[in-house]
Design a protein around this ligand. Structure first.
Ligand code: ZN
Length: 286
């Protein structure tokens, strides 16, 4: 478990990486990290003198250029620098009380939302994509859902498995290979971190074939006019996930979709975009 916190050196390295990543992204022609289209419009950012954000004409995502996060360097970044600047590591504390408090502050308990947009535990198995150590997995399990998680980070996945006994897989392929066939796939504040978003979603759908998706991302719809939204795209979030992106992706797949603005998060006051997708797949009933 990484309990070293964020040393000044690590924070400096992280910022240097971000600058290098941006420069490399511009050198490569500021292509959309997800669909690789070079057709993009500049997004002016209220309150910032320097704005380097774009909207992809190919897929509708907002993005900042990234030249390194899709390459072999990305593994180094996510292994060694990704957490720099994040002061509190809830899993390092290992306290159930602290975990509950952080979940409430960060809005990580999604039980009510899942019940409203998907149904009670009888509606089927739930897979949480990008589940970290298992925030939502743990809460849904306690509410009676049959649930599993998927998490790329070895540290967080191992911690959730060993300390909380949660079934967390390293990928959608590993979950499918173990026979998981969720009726719902849920993600919360994960997709905006993934530069190659569209291929990752395609793979998720091909492997798990859920009948419903619920994806929660930072609200950036009014990015052009609202300066409060500009922190949502940057170092940790190469993407701003828009409802236009969801409509285009779902149109390609033949899925139905609705996106709506959710409530504000207690910790930051920022808002969320809550997207619900119906795939027409039968999904598995528990
Ligand atoms: Zn694109």
């Amino acid at each position: 478990m990484n309990t070293e916190g964020s040393s000044p050196r690590k924070i400096w390295l992280s910022r240097a990486f971000y600058a290098a990543d941006l420069v490399a992204g511009f050198v490569k022609g500021r292509r959309c990290p997800s669909c690789l289209s070079s057709a993009a419009r500049w997004l002016p950012t209220p309150g910032r003198r320097l704005s380097y954000f774009f909207q992809c004409d190919g897929c509708g995502l907002f993005f900042r250029p990234t030249g390194l996060l899709n390459g072999p360097v990305s593994e180094f970044y996510y292994s060694h620098l990704y957490d720099a600047g994040i002061a509190t590591n809830p899993i390092a504390a290992g306290s159930a009380e602290l975990r509950d408090r952080l979940m409430a502050e960060e809005g990580k308990n999604r039980n009510e939302l899942v019940r409203a947009l998907f149904g009670p535990p009888e509606a089927g198995e739930v897979g949480v994509f990008g589940c970290s150590w298992g925030y939502e997995v743990n809460a849904l399990k306690q509410a009676g859902y049959t649930v599993f998680g998927m998490e790329l980070s070895n540290e967080r996945r191992s911690w959730g498995r060993a300390r909380l006994g949660l079934p967390i897989y390293e990928s959608t392929a590993a979950a499918a290979a173990d026979g998981r066939a969720p009726a719902l796939v849920l993600s919360s504040h994960v997709l905006e971190h993934i530069p190659r978003l569209e291929p990752v979603l395609d793979e998720l759908q091909a492997n798990l074939r859920p009948r419903r998706h619920i994806h929660i991302t930072p609200y950036v719809e009014d990015f052009r006019t609202n300066g409060d939204r500009s922190p949502h795209i940057g170092r940790e979030h190469p993407l701003g996930v828009t409802s236009e992106f969801w409509h285009r992706w779902c149109a390609k797949k033949g899925f139905t979709v609705r996106s709506e603005q959710g409530g504000s998060l207690p910790a930051t006051g920022s808002f969320e975009l809550i997207t619900t997708i119906d795939t027409g797949s039968t999904g598995a009933i528990v």
